[in-house]
Ligand binder design. Sequence first.
Ligand code: ZN
Length: 96
Amino acid sequence: MIIELPQRFRIAGKTNKDYAKVIDGVLHIYGVISFRKVMYELTFALKGKRKCYYCGAKVKKKNITLDHIYPQDIGGPTIPDNLLPSCKECNCQKPI
Ligand SMILES: [Zn+2]
């Protein structure tokens, strides 16, 4: 699987320990961290965390959601290529 990566990316814990980091174009994951969390953070790093992709509304960081373009129910993967930042309203209004 090839996943688009930002040039600079890092997830660090409270003790400043690295959990994930992009080094020379390669994603390194250390220790125990949710793969889903890494994919979510990669998506925010690539696509932003403050604006709904669908309606363009500015969204507070705590209210942003990630929409699966191809729904998980039909096998859509949780990777940045299949995720878009969206407000809760737009994420809930997608037709089934
Ligand atoms: Zn929206």
